[in-house]
Unconditional design. Structure first.
Length: 272
């Protein structure tokens, strides 16, 4: 089947332009996510969530487009290289039959080899761009999965922390969760199970958590013992090792026992 090198060149140009368009879509998604994550332009949490998710989908679509265009560019480049190699082979055969001068034939072969080397270099560059686009897509998909997955403490880390927290056995703690339809209650129960298994003393909370707090706050009363403060800091470090956005805070007031640790489990941050 005959190969039209001009048609291949035109097709290659079209797919390269499509690749630039896909890159533009990726940039649009990046801009949207940057606005949500690094600015305060959108203050409403609902709109932040909508814009963040839409930007993530646009970014994934753009990365998928980049991969598709790079695959097509690589395929067309490969066909062009094969065509050029065939031309060289045919030219050598024809030269032998026609008795062309070796010098003239050598120049022709050298020129075709340069064309083939250029095409190969171009395909190598596109292959590198394809690999980069695939890596970016994998990273973005992992990031999206992390956003939509419920928070928890994985079993291997759970076992490690249980042993670690036994150093503070007997430590009183109170745990309150923001009750809604997300992952706050299951996460609070997981933390409660961990601490009780480590020998900590659970205290029934006196109230409920209201509002729309995000992350996990660890409260320690003012004037708490060094052991309680150390236990609070260890708890913050442990929860953050599970990417649970914990923060150490000092509490005051007669209703706050000095050596009790208060744990408030809020909503999952939008940008986690």
């Amino acid at each position: 089947m005959a190969v039209d090198i001009s048609a291949l060149g035109s097709s290659l140009t079209v797919w390269e332009l499509a690749g630039y368009a896909a890159t533009g879509i990726v940039m649009l998604g990046v801009i949207g996510e940057s606005i949500v994550e690094f600015t305060n332009w959108i203050t409403d949490e609902r709109w932040q969530s909508m814009v963040g998710r839409a930007s993530a989908l646009v970014l994934v679509a753009g990365l998928a487009g980049e991969i598709l265009t790079q695959v097509q560019v690589n395929s067309i480049s490969g066909r062009m290289i094969a065509f050029l190699n065939t031309q060289v082979s045919q030219a050598v055969t024809s030269a032998g039959k026609l008795g062309l001068k070796v010098d003239t034939m050598s120049e022709f072969v050298t020129r075709k080899e340069r064309d083939a080397d250029s095409a190969i270099a171009r395909m190598d560059s596109k292959s590198h761009e394809l690999t980069t686009a695939e890596d970016r897509l994998d990273a973005q998909l992992a990031r999206i999965n992390a956003r939509i997955s419920p928070r928890t403490i994985a079993d291997p880390l759970f076992a490690t922390l249980r042993v670690q927290f036994r150093a503070y056995a007997g430590q009183p703690f109170e745990l309150t969760a923001y009750e809604d339809k997300s992952d706050t209650v299951p996460l609070a129960l997981r933390i409660d199970f961990l601490l009780i298994n480590a020998g900590w003393q659970y205290i029934q909370p006196k109230g409920v958590m209201i509002g729309a707090k995000t992350g996990i706050d660890i409260f320690v009363g003012e004037g708490a013992s060094a052991r309680t403060i150390a236990a609070g800091n260890a708890l913050v470090d442990a929860l953050n090792s599970a990417h649970l956005n914990a923060e150490f805070k000092s509490a005051s007031g007669a209703e706050t026992p000095v050596n009790k640790i208060g744990i408030n489990v809020g909503l999952k941050p939008l940008l986690q």
